[in-house]
Design a protein around this ligand. Structure first.
Ligand SMILES: Cc1cc2nc3c(=O)[nH]c(=O)nc-3n(C[C@H](O)[C@H](O)[C@H](O)COP(=O)(O)OP(=O)(O)OC[C@H]3O[C@@H](n4cnc5c(N)ncnc54)[C@H](O)[C@@H]3O)c2cc1C
Length: 281
């Protein structure tokens, strides 16, 4: 087996469901059997070729039909640049509306992922075209200095927020770069959500933040869910679900596994370096 094929298989099994819709549905069914929900993302980003964008829209349309037919507990997650945001805002808006319309017909929730900082304004503006009609959520990254303001503005519009730390490499002029600052800001934004929003997702594997959210949930009546990525701390996710929490596993699938896996590898190796530094003299 070639090294790349070996690496693909190794990574595909852990973080990614597999190349096709069938793999995604099978993984979602397995997740549902354990009492958790799935959030399905067709891999692909930074598209500059309209053919890639059209193919992606078709895949999501089929996916919605199949999720509904198989009665799975699953939402979908879209990346703005796979809808054509890098080509033009109009293309992305038309594709987003098309998918959201199809999803509403079958009662499936649509999340909008957040990519690198260049796209934040356009992603929020894309989301705002659909937020009032419901059935849609958006991701906010705690590492961005601007996120507290974005959160306030979106919550006022009754947005459904998925709060994450953030996965892209950003400059310190616009982002909190240390682990400590990112976590501190996450906590601050999380508290804001508990006090001001009725429905949101705490998407992290950070146990301290998860414990904090569970504690806050005891004094706030919110429709809270916890989000985790396929392959990361999923045993812990199952434990949370058994305690009665609503837990969602984000499941990527498709052939374009490299960029997504690169982000996960970087996070895993960052953690390895942090651990190693604890034992170094
Ligand atoms: C449901 C969901 C949706 C997301 N959507 C987006 C999005 O739209 N945009 C975006 O920028 N980011 C997104 N992310 C990724 C997120 O921003 C973080 O990069 C990722 O979740 C890791 O951060 P953490 O909060 O788990 O904290 P960390 O401090 O990075 O990790 C906490 C703990 O989780 C475990 N862990 C985390 N990563 C790994 C790994 N790769 N391998 C092994 N163990 C690991 C370790 O035990 C670690 O100590 C999403 C994450 C989730 C869970």
């Amino acid at each position: 087996m070639k090294t790349s094929a070996f690496a693909e298989r190794l990574i595909a099994g852990r973080w990614i469901a597999g190349p096709g819709i069938r793999d995604a549905l099978k993984t979602a069914a397995m997740i549902n059997d354990k009492g958790l929900e799935a959030e399905l993302n067709y891999l692909g980003e930074d598209f500059s070729d309209p053919a890639d964008v059209s193919k992606t829209v078709k895949v999501y349309e089929s996916l919605l039909t199949r999720i509904a037919a198989e009665k799975l507990k699953a939402s979908i997650a879209l990346k703005p640049t796979q809808l054509g945001m890098g080509i033009s805002e109009e293309i992305a808006r038309a594709n987003y509306s098309k998918i959201v319309k199809a999803a509403r017909k079958v009662g499936i929730f649509v999340w909008l992922d957040m990519e690198s900082h260049d796209y934040v304004d356009r992603t929020i503006s894309l989301y705002e075209t659909e937020v009032l009609r419901g059935g849609v959520g958006i991701c906010i990254q705690s590492y961005l200095r601007r996120s507290a303001e974005d959160l306030k503005r979106l919550v006022r519009k009754r947005a459904v927020i998925r709060l994450v730390k953030g996965a892209y490499k950003e400059d310190s002029s616009i982002a909190f770069v240390s682990r400590e600052e990112r976590t501190k800001n996450y906590e601050r934004l999380m508290r804001y959500l508990f006090s001001n929003s009725k429905r949101f997702m705490i998407a992290t594997h950070d146990e301290r933040l998860l414990d904090g959210a569970i504690l806050l949930s005891k004094n706030h009546h919110t429709e809270l869910s916890f989000g985790m990525l396929k392959g990361i701390r999923n045993g812990y996710a199952e434990k949370l679900s058994k305690k009665g929490m609503n837990v969602v596993i984000y499941v990527p699938f498709g052939e374009m596994w490299l960029q997504y896996s690169y982000r996960r590898l970087r996070e895993a190796s960052n953690m390895f370096l942090v651990l190693r530094s604890l034992f170094e003299r």
